[in-house]
Design a protein around this ligand. Structure first.
Ligand SMILES: Cc1cc2nc3c(=O)[nH]c(=O)nc-3n(C[C@H](O)[C@H](O)[C@H](O)COP(=O)(O)OP(=O)(O)OC[C@H]3O[C@@H](n4cnc5c(N)ncnc54)[C@H](O)[C@@H]3O)c2cc1C
Length: 400
């Protein structure tokens, strides 16, 4: 069946949905309206993990290949606390420039026959469309006008953050915690290609005003941050995009994600704190799920209801992880005085719902013991039941 779809917002969510729907049925009439000019975007690079590449590969191998080709990868993390550092070998992670990702998705959408209209600001659902997709980000105008219907709830984090870039290319996922007379301020950075890295800086409101960041103009603020993070920047500048400013993170949820033929996608539907680096992945997965639901259900209301049900359920654990991760940083004084390798280990556990309630040193000890136990279990599984029984018998005989 030929369907007319209007996507409002040319971010990852809107562009990827357009790609998937056009692949499903080339006769669909699909337009993406993006308020900004082509090639302009906010933010810097974003992180993602192997699982996303696998899912992209299943849904559209061509764009998956392009995304992987233009991403950088790392498998180490380093945490600098004052002048001490701890390095940790971990899972493979990826980074890609937001700019590059949008360019690749837009190119693919166009090649498939999607109409892309830039400098096209849409505040109301256009008439005549079978489906209108609000992929217009966290401040979605289409959602805000119907906030009561959607049951929109927002809460603001306590800490201040700014999303910056730098020409310093970090060779590992880098955390830098700096102590000032007004409290701690920290940055985390990762390379994403094109000779740049992302650098997100965060601090408590007390440190923010104490350091005068609330009063400093853009250039003064950057100079101050460059001094505070000189140890990891190696003389490279921090760069702010036009319009970039200090913010507090808004966590957004909606009770329902659709209204008639209007459906919410990506950040317009939900946000998760940036410290878990998941928003883009979730936006792309929303698109996969919505495209799948539209394929499986002939009636639009059924498809939209199935999409909402599935994604709301899948998001629960990520939303919980994001809340605990944001809290970990808000409670930084609880962890920052541990020896760096312990602090770093607990930084890796920041999604845990238990950690805020257990003394950090005790949690660290329990986690290590559980890790050793798990290693023993894995060894036993690997040896197989007979070898494990023999091992057990030998150790009991020795005790006797
Ligand atoms: C500091 C920070 C760091 C982050 N780091 C990561 C990370 O490492 N990994 C990760 O996965 N995610 C990260 N994210 C989250 C990620 O950026 C978002 O979750 C993702 O961009 C959501 O995609 P989207 O397409 O839903 O929305 P957006 O990318 O926001 O796109 C929405 C688009 O809609 C357009 N638009 C808005 N209003 C209109 C209108 N009226 N008419 C037409 N167009 C309109 C906008 O111009 C925009 O292009 C981070 C976010 C922040 C704040």
């Amino acid at each position: 069946m030929h369907v007319k779809v209007v996507c409002v917002g040319g971010g990852p969510a809107g562009l990827y949905l357009a790609i998937l729907l056009k692949r499903q049925n080339p006769s669909h009439d699909i337009t993406v309206h993006e308020r900004d000019p082509e090639g302009s975007t906010y933010g810097w690079g974003v992180t993602y993990w192997r699982g996303l590449l696998d899912r992209l590969q299943e849904h559209d191998p061509e764009s998956a290949r392009a995304v992987e080709e233009h991403s950088v990868r790392w498998n180490e993390g380093v945490a600098h606390v004052r002048d001490l550092a701890a390095r940790h070998h971990g899972d493979e992670g990826f980074g890609i420039g937001r700019h590059r990702l949008l360019e690749l998705l837009a190119g693919r959408a166009r090649a498939l026959g999607v109409r892309l209209e830039y400098r096209s600001d849409i505040g109301e659902p256009p008439a005549g469309a079978d489906l209108v997709v609000a992929a217009d980000g966290v401040h979605s105008a289409l959602r805000t006008r119907r906030a009561e219907h959607f049951g929109t709830r927002t809460s603001s984090g306590r800490n201040h953050y700014i999303w910056l870039g730098t020409t310093k290319v970090f060779d590992a996922f880098t955390f830098a915690f700096t102590e000032t007379a007004h409290g701690w301020i920290w940055a985390y950075g990762y390379g994403y290609g094109d000779g740049h890295s992302t650098c997100v800086v965060e601090c408590s409101p007390e440190t923010f005003t104490g350091l005068g960041l609330d009063r400093a103009d853009r250039a003064e603020g950057l100079v101050l941050l460059e001094k505070l993070f000189a140890g990891v920047l190696d003389g490279h500048p921090l760069i702010a995009r036009p319009g970039a400013s200090w913010l507090t993170f808004r966590t957004l949820t909606n009770r329902t994600w659709h209204h008639g033929n209007l459906v919410l996608l990506g950040d317009a539907a939900h946000t998760t704190h940036y410290s878990i680096g998941a928003g883009t992945t979730l936006a792309l997965e929303d698109a996969m799920c919505l495209a799948g639901a539209l394929r499986e259900h002939a009636a639009l209301p059924d498809a939209l209801a199935a999409y909402e049900r599935r994604r709301q359920a899948e998001l629960l654990s990520v939303q919980s992880a994001a809340r605990y991760s944001a809290q970990w940083y808000e409670n930084l004084p609880r962890y920052i005085h541990l020896p760096p390798h312990r602090m770093f280990a607990l930084l890796g556990q920041r999604h845990s719902p238990l950690l805020p309630y257990v003394p950090p040193q005790l949690y660290y000890g329990l986690d290590r013991a559980a890790g050793r136990l798990e290693a023993l279990r894995r060894l036993k599984r690997w040896l197989g039941p007979r070898a494990a029984r023999a091992l057990h018998a030998r150790s009991t005989a020795r005790r006797d």
